[in-house]
Design a protein around this ligand. Structure first.
Ligand SMILES: Cc1ncc(COP(=O)(O)O)c(C=O)c1O
Length: 420
């Protein structure tokens, strides 16, 4: 018999907290960022079209990703809004996306007067399921907006094949997946446009910030113009002739300075995340009844925004809620119920079609077909949200942290299995 569980009064496995992306404990922010921010302040050039930081950041991120064009914006949500805007779709057009994500994935769709339609997810990853995407395509569908959840790419070979056969655009929400690769290819480079976030919890951060990436010169030009009120700074037109409604999503130079320093650290940040997560995978593989993070056969590099595992309740002889309470008492930083525990189709603004005044525009006729969203249609998503235990990875996690987490989970798993 193993050690007594902390939940039963035994010794707690983790006597201290773990690094967090919410503070210096889990972040690599320091002298490099301070030096570049200081340079901006001393220069007096805070605006991106006066200074050089944002432009340099775009250039270096493009090199990191191996893509032609990068447009910095103010957030991941802004990048997704900009990306959808570049497709120049019509009101009521449908975009198939994921029911497990941040609101930022949907805001841009609805701001462009398009309608989100949801595919179910794979239960073990909470990434969109290609078969379900194909089932939800109608003659109104124009694009697929994939979300690479937790830092693992979606099944992009199958999704790109569907998009090609149905003549659909693909936008990639890579907010959680800087540096992830599928079959050796970086996320953000599969579809027409990729979107990234620099919000506090992401692999690199400037507090807030975002990126739109593309290999298309035309889409890049649209993104650049849209994010800057559709002003023509290159002098293509005379005077203030504005061809379309845009917005102001310009990144400022202070944010650009932090983002540039973070971009230079990205390979090393990813290496550190992969090292500790890789060790934890090894440790959990050795525990009967614990399923380490599920990887698609073609996932070549996970970027570990979240570390997600499941348990086999029958093998362990314990239900997941009891297991969650027991590992929580051991100080293990895992939670079930990612994304609020239910698919986002149930969140009021989506379920009730609330965006513009008292109307249900764009969902209602004459533009939309008033789609109904029923939670019962997302069994993989609900199953995954209930079963997956997820914890945030950080660049501050060391091999020692992995050992402690591995020990805590093993202790609880062994305890229940032995008493079955
Ligand atoms: C999958 C996903 N999409 C979009 C966003 C929106 O990014 P931001 O918070 O930078 O607007 C986030 C971040 O929270 C996210 O995790």
């Amino acid at each position: 018999m193993g050690e007594e569980l902390a939940i039963n009064g035994g010794p707690k496995t983790a006597t201290e907290g773990f690094p967090s992306t919410g503070s210096a404990s889990g972040r690599d922010l320091g002298d490099e960022e301070i030096a570049l921010v200081t340079e901006v302040i001393r220069s007096g050039k805070m605006f991106r079209y006066s200074g050089t930081m944002v432009e340099q950041f775009e250039k270096e991120y493009a090199e990191f990703l191996g893509i032609k064009y990068v447009q910095a914006v103010t957030s991941g949500s802004a990048s997704l809004h900009t990306a959808v805007a570049t497709l120049q779709l019509n009101p009521g057009d449908e975009i198939i996306t994921s029911p497990v994500t941040d609101m930022g994935t949907y805001i841009g769709i609805v701001q462009c007067n398009c309608i989100p339609i949801f595919a179910d997810c794979d239960k073990l990853t909470l990434n969109m399921n290609p078969e379900s995407i194909e089932q939800r395509i109608t003659d109104r569908t124009r694009a697929i907006l994939v979300v690479h959840l937790f830092g693992q790419p979606c099944r992009m070979d199958e999704i790109m094949d569907i998009a090609e056969r149905h003549d659909l655009f693909v936008v990639e929400d890579c907010a959680q997946a800087h540096g992830a690769t599928y079959d050796g290819q970086q996320v953000g480079t599969f579809g027409e446009i990729g979107c990234f976030s620099l919000q506090q919890s992401k692999q690199i951060t400037a507090g807030d910030g975002g990126l739109v990436v593309t290999n298309s010169e035309e889409l890049y030009a649209r993104a650049r113009d849209f994010h800057d009120k559709y002003y023509d700074r290159a002098g293509r037109t005379e005077g203030r002739i504005v061809e379309r409604i845009g917005i102001n999503y310009r990144m400022n130079e202070v944010t650009g300075a932090v983002a540039l320093a973070q971009c230079r650290k990205l390979p090393s940040i990813l290496e550190r995340r992969r090292k500790s997560a890789g060790r934890l995978v090894e440790l959990l593989e050795a525990v009967e009844g614990i399923n380490p993070p599920y990887m698609y056969a073609k996932t070549t590099a996970h970027s570990w925004w979240r570390f997600a595992f499941t348990i086999d309740e029958e093998v362990l002889g314990v239900d997941r809620d009891t297991f969650a309470q027991a590992i929580g008492a051991e100080g293990m930083p895992f939670a079930t119920g990612y994304g609020g525990g239910t698919p986002m189709v149930a969140t009021p603004c989506i379920a009730n079609h609330v965006a513009y005044g008292d109307s249900e525009f764009p969902w209602e006729p004459p533009y939309g077909r008033d789609p109904e969203y029923n939670v019962e249609e997302y069994p993989g998503t609900v199953g995954g949200q209930q079963n997956i235990f997820a914890s945030g990875g950080t660049e501050g996690h060391t091999l020692e942290h992995a050992e402690i987490i591995g020990r805590g989970i093993k202790k609880v798993a062994d305890y229940y299995r032995d008493r079955k």
